[in-house]
Structures are given as structure tokens and as C-alpha cells.
Design a binder for this molecule. Sequence first.
Ligand code: TRP
Length: 367
Amino acid sequence: MPVLTTSPPGTRIARVATPSVLASQDRTAALEHAIMRDPGSFRILTGDRPTGALHLGHYFGSLQNRARLQNAGVELLVLIADYQAITDRTAAAELPEIVIGLVADYLAVGIDPDRTTIFAHSQVEPLNQLLLPFLSLVSVAEISRNPTVKEEIAAAGASTVSGLMFTYPVHQAADILFCRANLVPVGQDQLPHIELTRTVARRFNEHYCPSAPYFPEPDGLLSSTPLLLGTDGQKMSKSRNNSVPLRATPDETKRLILRARTDSERRISYEPERRPDVSNLVLLTALCTDTTPEAVAAEISDGGATALKAAAIEAVNDRFAGLRARRAALAADPGYLRSVLAGGNQKAAAIAAETLSAVRELMHQRY
Ligand code: TRP
């Protein structure tokens, strides 16, 4: 059976295990040990595109993991990739609400703004300026081979792929390297971006500072949670309208789960390959109740899809009651959320300014 890992928010496609993914999984296990031994030696950069409300897939795939790493003592920076969102056909006027909503989601899941830097990359000018030297280190042919860019071109046609969309993997390298992060939690579909980031770091070092490498080559840290599907059996996605948002009310949760696809077999089992829709609800219930999918399936057994959906609804609503209450309280104070973001932007800008200054020095652009 292929090993599935969860994709981060808003990613475009889910992939099955390939040799490089398997190597990354081994590497991830080794990194997890290293993190627990010496959390202070890691700086993590992770982020989301602000294209809509975060959902349960994000929670189990990445948000929970971020809070865990933060609490283990790792320095964490959480990026809101609002320049990337404009490649996603998100209406610009919706951005402020979505961005502030993300901040509320982060705080509600336990991201602590005193320890973790939450920022939007459009607000951090020196970060964006790194894009120029980085673009000089990568060929057009290399970018064209990037799977995500290739998919965009295949889906939309070369004539509609903007220059920003084309170069977005390099922008992502700037997102990561501006703070010299050495660890990036990602879904496997993002691994090519990490590879490109490593290439940019390596080439910069080779070119401008071979005897004292300035940029680290960051590692991807794969999530171990299996992939949650949307209510239509497709990848759970903000834009497909098939997800249960974190902030959904109990009634909305009920409505969304009741319309989830199932199959006609009465007995509930956990067979992700053969019965993806039923297995997905079993998995969701298990994740919410901290048990195994097999235990959930055995418990419901002949109860069929009706009992399974009832269990899933109850599990989600119980698990997220506290988080939702915290989120609602936070959302009632948008001034506070904006101040958290402003503080994070400032911290990120100070780091980025230092990096840009070092980069200019190394590139002999001091006149
Ligand atoms: N591309 C990521 C996504 O689709 C978002 C993102 C932008 C990101 N910059 C990043 C993730 C840097 C990790 C590191 O979700």
C-alpha cells in the first residue's frame, strides 16, 4: 500500500510514494529524533496560502504538528503567503478577512504569538527583494520542470500562467531562506520546492561565499498523518467546497458530514484503497477521538453509514468545541488579531533586513 502523507493547505495535487518521498520519510524520522534531542538547533518556516478558511485536513495534516513543534521548543515562523494567493484567483477584496481569519485559526490551535512569528510575506519587503538574486541562480528550464508549475501550465495553458505563477517556487525559496530556516514541514507534493530551495542555497553559497556558506540547505519534514479526503471523495480543499472548516458550527458540521459520500455496503470497515469514502469518515472519527481507524470500524460495524456519520459528527463537534470557542472569542477582537500580525511582520522584517544586508555584502553590492 502506498504510504500517504498529508499535503499542506491549498496544495494543488496529492502524490503517492516515490523513491525520493521514501527517502524523505526516512530523513523525517531521523529529524524527529534530532528535534527532540535539541529543539533549539532548529528554525522552522511553514506557511499557508490565504485562499479560504482552514479546515480539518489542515488541522490534522499540519496545524496540530506546528503547535507540537512550537511546544517542543523549536523556533517557528508561520508565513501567510498572500502573494501566492493572487496566483489562485482569490478575489483581492477578500484577502484582509481571510488573512485575519488565518491568524485567528493559528491562535485557536495553540500557536503562541509570544514565541512564534506569524507574518504575511507581502509586508516584508527585504524578503521579497531576495527573489531577484535567487532568480539569477535558477534557469527557466529548471523552473519549467517543477511539477507544480508544469501542472499549472497543463491545466491552464502556458498563455494564462503569469510570470508570478511561473516563478513562485523561487519566491518560496525566498520565504524559507530569508530567515535561514533549516526545517520546513510539508506535504510530499511540496518536496520539489524544498529541492529547489536547497539548490538556490547551494548555488548562492558556491557563488558568493564558498569558504563560509551563508544559507543552510533546509530539510522537508513530512507529516505522518494519513490524507483526509473531502466530503466528495476528492482531496479536501478550500476551493472545492468539500471541506469542514475548523470554525464550522456544530450544525454546519452536521450538514457537511451528512452529505459526505459513502457506499452501499452495510458493514463498516477501514479499507482506504477499496472503500475510500467510508474509510475517510472512519479515519476522521479516529483522528478526532485519538483512536485507530480499525477500532472505530469495529465499533460501528453493522451500524452502517448512518451510525458512522453520527459518530463522525459527534467526534468532530466534541474534539473541536474548545478550539471553536477560543476561535470565536478571538474573531470578536479583530484589532487584537491585526496587532498580532503587525508584531509578526515587524519581527520578520528585522530578520529579513539582516539577511538582505548580508546578501548585499556577499554579492559586493555595497557602494
Ligand atoms: N506553497 C505552499 C502551499 O501551497 C504555501 C507556501 C508558500 C509555503 N511559501 C511557503 C509553504 C514556504 C512552506 C514554505 O501551501
